[in-house]
Design a protein around this ligand. Structure first.
Ligand code: ATP
Ligand code: SF4
Length: 320
């Protein structure tokens, strides 16, 4: 039986703004097994990036992790101090950022940027070993060796994103979080970079959390799918089973609106707007838009339960 690389339990991440607490991640629980690629989807503002930043322990004020656990292997990331967490970043858990442009240093050659993270973790390497590792990493992300001596502005957007992928795997972490890694690229380049990530995932046996809006891309890419809405987890399961037979009405609507999902943030197939996370609806957070809602949904929050083996759902249709 496979075992989890990550167990998230009752995680709560709130942003404390003047008007109150924005409940961006509210009581979210899930497990991720070793070597599994999980997609995290949901409309804009559902809490996906907050989830990713929380896992990296990179939530900045006014945001705060207010409760729960994030157990990586046997370490609860919530309990680590900043120095302990710094040591784990890159070596056990790494992130591929949304835009390579903002994450690469414009005045540093690529080889130095690839090696810097390792040096920061006190990895001792001779000059030759460093050069060899840089070449190896470039080769793994399908970039030619000459890229080592180049600066970011000399590379295309797709090549820059490949450099950030190489950075993320430089210390062979167990888990990689990719927050819309290809959203800034054109569709053809997006697919190519995704193929590289897929290949690396298999070659290195990585576990991956892929955040995105594109359900079509998810359908082709991930083993498992997690659906968030208004800071809460609605459904998690095996991708094919979810597409074949969604159990949660929100998942069903997301799948039905598939043809327009290339358009970031616009899920035009679902009528209504996402609720304010300052004051989310009572009961099921989705009841204001759910075509199957009834009075129970307005005042009672559905439990997130394992409806079938490996399939978790928060909906009264399953439990009532
Ligand atoms: P997108 O798909 O647009 O990136 P998302 O699903 O990643 O959205 P988050 O960016 O995590 O969602 O946002 C979740 C909620 O938290 C939103 O209501 C957002 O307005 C709020 N939020 C995010 N960052 C902050 C912040 N720094 N201060 C206050 N509220 C924030
Ligand atoms: Fe719809 Fe009710 Fe299920 Fe929520 S609990 S998704 S409102 S049927």
């Amino acid at each position: 039986m496979s075992e989890p690389v990550l167990q998230v339990k009752n995680l709560k991440v709130y942003y404390y703004v003047e008007a109150g607490a924005v409940k961006a991640v509210d009581d979210v629980s899930f497990d991720l097994d070793f070597g599994v690629k999980m997609g995290l989807v949901g409309e804009s503002g559902s809490g996906k990036s907050t989830m990713a930043l929380a896992l990296m322990r990179m939530i900045k004020p006014p945001g705060k992790i207010v409760g729960g656990q994030m157990i990586l292997g046997s370490t609860d990331l919530v309990k680590l101090n900043e120095e302990q967490m710094r040591q784990l970043r890159l070596s056990r858990i790494a992130m591929i950022p949304q835009g390579a442009m903002n994450s690469l240093n414009p005045v540093m050659r690529i080889d130095k940027q690839l090696i810097d993270g390792m040096l920061d973790h006190n990895v001792i390497m001779s000059k030759e070993e460093r050069a060899r590792r840089v070449n190896e990493l470039l080769e793994m992300v399908d970039l030619p060796p000459k890229v080592a001596k180049m600066y970011p502005h000399e590379l295309s957007g797709g090549m820059q994103q490949r450099v950030t992928v190489a950075q993320s795997i430089s210390m062979e972490p167990d888990l990689i979080i990719a927050d819309e890694p290809t959203s800034a690229l054109d569709v053809v380049i997006q697919r190519q970079v995704m193929e590289t990530i897929n290949r690396l995932q298999q070659r290195l046996g990585l576990s991956v959390i892929l955040i995105g809006h594109d359900m079509g891309l998810m359908a082709q890419t991930v083993d498992r799918l997690a659906v968030m809405y208004a800071g809460r987890m609605m459904e998690i399961g095996e991708t094919r089973a979810m597409f074949h037979r969604p159990l949660h009405p929100y998942t069903e609507l997301l799948i039905k609106s598939l043809p327009v999902l290339e358009n970031k943030g616009v899920f035009s197939g679902i009528p209504g707007i996402t609720p304010s996370l300052l004051n989310p609806p009572a009961g099921c957070v989705f009841h204001t838009r759910c075509p199957k809602a009834w009075d129970l949904c307005e005042n009672t929050t559905p439990q997130f339960v394992e409806a079938e083996s490996g399939r978790w759902v928060a909906c009264h249709l399953i439990t009532a």
